[in-house]
Design a protein. Structure first.
Length: 652
């Protein structure tokens, strides 16, 4: 009698023979628990790796499906070929593997058309996988995919491929499959990927054995290299030795660059390789290599560049960043003549990057300790009015001669918070300031004392350093402001500079002078960043007794309305007052100085008296106006045009 797939029961499949155990009718079978299968899957994944275990389970499932299709064809008188095909669904349920729930079924056995879709509920394979491993990045019901493909391909007589598109093994709510003939998949599935009969488990185990041997060799050589590189660090050797050891191990060229991509060390034939040049001309590379460079810089990944021939370089460097305390301090490049990224090279370059990071950390710690000690020494010199002999001896031992002219510079960032330890941006800006000062010091061959305390940077700049660079004090300050602004466009750096300190005993007073200049700079309304104590003029004597804001309030009380009137009307009344006093209240001389007629000068003085009650014939008023003007000049509220015009007048 013809049979339908959905009418088959376990009784139809099994018979018992006491001598030969269980039978699938004439075919022997055995029963195994799902947990035992889970243990097998676990061992396969651990021994072969997930990708090779996947291929093995797919092929095994395919062969199981194929054999069961042939056995069921022999065992039953199927109503038609379609029922034989659907027998595979029934076998899934009867065997306990899963319950198949079709949501789309198009099977035309006569024309060999097959297009189905559905769900595998309660998949034993996905559940067992999750007992041993976390969720995977792709579906994990490999046996079920292979079984369905093998069964349907055999019963249809046409290659059928099942693909799981959602799976509880990767965190989806259900296992969702699609099964179609290979031609319907078109480019979505490569025929080579579903060649289930191509290899057997022996091939997989052989390849796994070779891979294990390869990994063992990499581990052995990697440990040897790590020991050699560690010895380099312990012996106090530098990046040159690291590059040589790595290059000798890999038999290729090595380049170690700093964080600005400039070459620091190299070994072997590097074929004029320059990471800095590559970065600067990266727009000449293919978009894939441009993307890799961005990934390396921003996400700190190891990359290999493949299109440097467009920059005239015929090799394919493997590059990885050197990371110290979460910051990139440089890069290591292996100069390769192959596009293939070898596992050995990738492992070695990362080990070398870690050793370089350790070396740099040691150097950085030593330098930071030295700088901190020198900074603490400078703080003592700045804060103590009288220095004891121990401090002067320490300074002398460190090679500093403070008994020659110096200037005290104080650098303060206006955009910093009060929590200096947590303000990372300000910390970086301060590091840049100190590095700029050290760079200028090194180029001039002059020692320099720098400290980073009290929320600011202090430095003792020798007159010899300024002369070596042909700078004035203000020009040095302006140059530093520009460099910091280039790196941190949003920063606002202000600098206070003392008068010349002729010897070490004047440095404390110089520090107080620089602080006074800085106080003026902090309330300055103009776009000025560098203030020299000498420019404050006679009001500097008042800064010890008065708050700078009080001085400005005093000046505003006398001249504030005139200042606002000048801004609104462009009247130049303050300028007139300034040069009237500058020319000793000589009407004719001031008129000539300002290119005004005598009548124009008289009109301005009359306007000042009538509108603002400024009577320049009154001696008390003249003293108050003079003091207020000096405060405005010191605070930068009067344009530099005043000083320029004074210089022009003196020149005449």
């Amino acid at each position: 009698m013809a049979i339908k797939a959905n009418t088959i029961t376990l009784g139809d499949l099994f018979g018992m023979n006491p001598e030969n155990d269980n039978f699938l009718q004439a075919h022997r079978m055995f029963i195994s628990s799902a947990d035992a299968w889970g243990a097998l899957i676990k061992d396969l994944v651990l021994a072969l790796g997930i990708e090779r275990a996947k291929r093995f389970l797919l092929r095994y499932g395919y062969q199981c499906g194929r054999h069961e299709a042939l056995m069921l064809k022999e065992m039953f008188n199927w109503e038609n070929k379609r029922e034989w095909i659907m027998g595979g669904v029934t076998m899934h349920g009867l065997s306990g593997r899963t319950t198949s729930v079709p949501i789309k079924v198009h099977i035309d056995a006569e024309n060999q058309e097959f297009d189905v879709e559905g769900y595998w509920n309660n998949s034993y394979e996905a559940l067992q996988y999750l007992q041993h491993f976390p969720t995977h990045s792709e579906p994990v019901c490999y046996f079920l995919e292979g079984y369905a493909s093998g069964y349907c391909s055999t019963s249809l007589g046409q290659k059928v491929v099942f693909k799981e598109v959602e799976c509880i093994g990767k965190g989806d709510p259900y296992c969702h499959f699609i099964g179609k003939t290979l031609d319907l998949w078109e480019d979505e599935i490569s025929p080579e990927l579903v060649d289930y009969a191509r290899e057997d488990i022996g091939d997989e185990l052989d390849q796994a054995h070779k891979r294990i041997e390869r990994q063992s060799e990499i581990l052995k050589r990697g440990n040897l290299l790590s020991n050699q590189l560690t010895q380099i660090v312990l012996q106090g050797k530098g990046l040159d030795s690291i590059a040589q050891t790595l290059g000798s191990s890999l038999k290729c060229g090595i380049v170690i660059s700093n964080k600005d991509f400039e070459t620091q060390s190299q070994y072997g034939d590097v074929f004029e390789y320059s990471l800095k040049s590559i970065i600067e001309k990266k727009e000449n590379l293919d978009s894939s290599d441009q993307k890799k460079i961005i990934e390396m810089i921003h996400h700190r990944t190891t990359i290999q560049l493949n299109t440097l021939d467009k920059q005239g370089f015929s090799h394919y460097p493997l590059i990885t960043p050197i990371i110290v305390q979460s910051h990139v301090f440089g890069y290591i490049s292996i100069i390769k003549n192959s596009k293939e990224m070898d596992e050995l090279e990738s492992s070695f370059i990362e080990r070398a990057a870690n050793i370089c990071a350790l070396h740099i950390l040691n150097e950085k710690t030593a330098i930071d300790t030295e700088h901190r000690m020198k900074g603490e020494l400078l703080d003592e010199v700045l804060l103590q009015p009288k220095l004891d002999s121990n401090i002067t001896k320490k300074i002398s031992f460190l090679g500093y001669n403070l008994n020659k002219p110096h200037y005290v510079f104080i650098f303060r960032l206006q955009n910093q918070s009060f929590d200096f330890q947590r303000d990372e941006l300000v910390h970086d800006e301060k590091e840049v300031i100190m590095n700029i000062l050290r760079k200028y010091s090194a180029s001039a061959g002059e020692n320099i004392l720098i400290s980073n305390s009290f929320g600011q940077v202090q430095a003792l700049i020798s007159e010899d350093l300024l002369k070596a660079n042909n700078w004035s004090e203000k020009k040095l300050g302006t140059s530093i402001v520009k460099e910091v602004k280039n790196k941190f466009p949003s920063s606002r750096l202000i600098i206070g500079i003392s008068n010349k300190c002729l010897n070490i005993n004047e440095v404390h007073d110089g520090y107080k002078q620089a602080k006074k200049a800085l106080e003026i700079a902090q309330i300055n309304n103009e776009n000025q960043h560098v203030f020299h104590f000498s420019a404050i003029g006679p009001i500097s004597i008042l800064l010890d007794a008065r708050n700078p804001q009080e001085l400005e309030d005093y000046a505003n009380h006398i001249l504030g309305t005139i200042y606002q009137y000048d801004i609104q009307k462009s009247a130049e009344l303050l300028k007139t007052l300034y040069f009237y006093l500058y020319n000793e209240c000589n009407l004719h001389k001031t008129a000539r100085f300002l290119n005004l007629s005598i009548g124009g000068m008289r009109y301005r003085l009359a306007n000042l008296k009538e509108r603002f009650n400024i009577d320049m014939m009154n001696a008390t008023t003249r003293r108050e106006v003079q003091m207020a003007l000096d405060i405005y000049v010191a605070f930068g509220k009067l344009s530099a045009l005043l000083l320029n015009q004074v210089e022009e007048g003196l020149g005449d």
